[in-house]
Design a protein around this ligand. Structure first.
Ligand code: ADP
Length: 285
């Protein structure tokens, strides 16, 4: 049984086996001190039509760290992730309130171009989604769209991105082959290479390993460990072991609210909230 800090415990926390209304969920204090904040939401709420998927979430994400967002299905993890690079803007009827600061700048300010924001903040989806083009063209895709590069420069960028994504050795002799001929794990690393080629500062990953086997998953997790030396990574995962393995900090969302946020080890070993403890010990979710 995890050791707990009794004085930080809420007076009254509903058991998840009862019906918990979002209003009853304690607002999480930020328990960590993050010296270099890369991403920060302040009172962020996201609505689909009249329904709130995220309610009043304030969270600070550290630079060159990996931050995991965990919680049961439907609790708003992907919505929060997509709010960071304004991918929710593409969903009809979706509305965002509060602030999302990326590098201290309000991502929703009228003068911000979401396309430029997304260039800086890459997003990797749950299911690998390479284009039905060659491996080379997949890795070169963003550069061809956003920049002017000579063929020689492009060759260098493609090689560098594929190396960074730990894929080069497996594909260097077949760059002209269709990306769809790759295994699932290779496809996901190619999607990461495609994102890395335009040198984002942030990488958002939405359940990036859920379609992969354990070996392919381990490769992606090792890769994330390498990448965070240079970039800030946010990973949405329902896999708590994965959060424990890769993340420096972990946020637990429930019914659209932030229940608890802390250093990963502290959150898993000494959860402050009963809801967190019930979730991480598998009592619901
Ligand atoms: P999670 O990633 O934790 O599974 P989501 O962010 O996908 O949660 O969803 C949070 C809530 O928002 C859910 O109730 C879901 O049904 C709703 N939702 C998500 N996407 C949409 C959408 N495009 N339109 C309407 N409701 C949505």
């Amino acid at each position: 049984m995890a050791w707990r800090l009794p004085f930080l415990r809420s007076e009254k926390v509903a058991s998840p086996t009862e019906t918990v209304s979002a209003e009853a969920i304690p607002a999480a204090p930020s328990l960590t001190t993050i010296s270099d904040i890369a991403i920060e939401s302040r009172g962020l709420s996201v609505y689909y039509g009249a329904k709130a998927a995220i309610r009043n979430v304030s969270l600070q994400i550290g630079r060159r760290q990996t931050t995991a967002i965990i919680g049961p299905s439907g609790c708003g993890k992907s919505t929060y992730l997509r709010a960071i690079n304004r991918m929710n803007d593409t969903i009809k009827g979706c509305r965002t309130e509060g602030q999302m600061l990326v590098d201290q700048e309000d991502a929703y300010a009228p003068n911000v171009d979401p396309v430029l924001l997304r260039r800086k903040v890459g997003l990797i989806f749950q299911k690998p989604n390479p284009f039905p083009k060659s491996i080379y063209e997949n890795a070169a895709f963003g550069v061809r769209i956003h920049y002017r590069a000579t063929e020689a420069e492009l060759d260098q960028i493609v090689e560098s991105a594929l190396r960074q994504a730990d894929l080069w050795d497996e594909v260097s002799d077949r760059l002209d082959e269709n990306a769809l001929s790759l295994s699932g794990g290779q496809q996901q690393r190619l999607c990461i290479a495609r994102a890395l080629a335009i040198e984002p500062d942030f990488l958002l990953t939405d359940e990036p390993c859920s379609a992969l086997d354990p070996i392919a998953t381990a490769r992606i997790e090792d890769l994330m460990f390498e990448l965070k030396k240079d970039m800030t990574i946010v990973i949405v995962t329902h896999n708590m072991q994965q959060a424990a393995r890769v993340a420096d900090h972990t946020a637990f969302l429930y019914l659209g609210r932030l229940v608890e946020y802390n250093r990963t080890r502290d959150l898993f070993e000494r959860p402050h909230e009963e809801l967190t403890e019930n979730y991480i010990t598998g009592r619901f979710g």
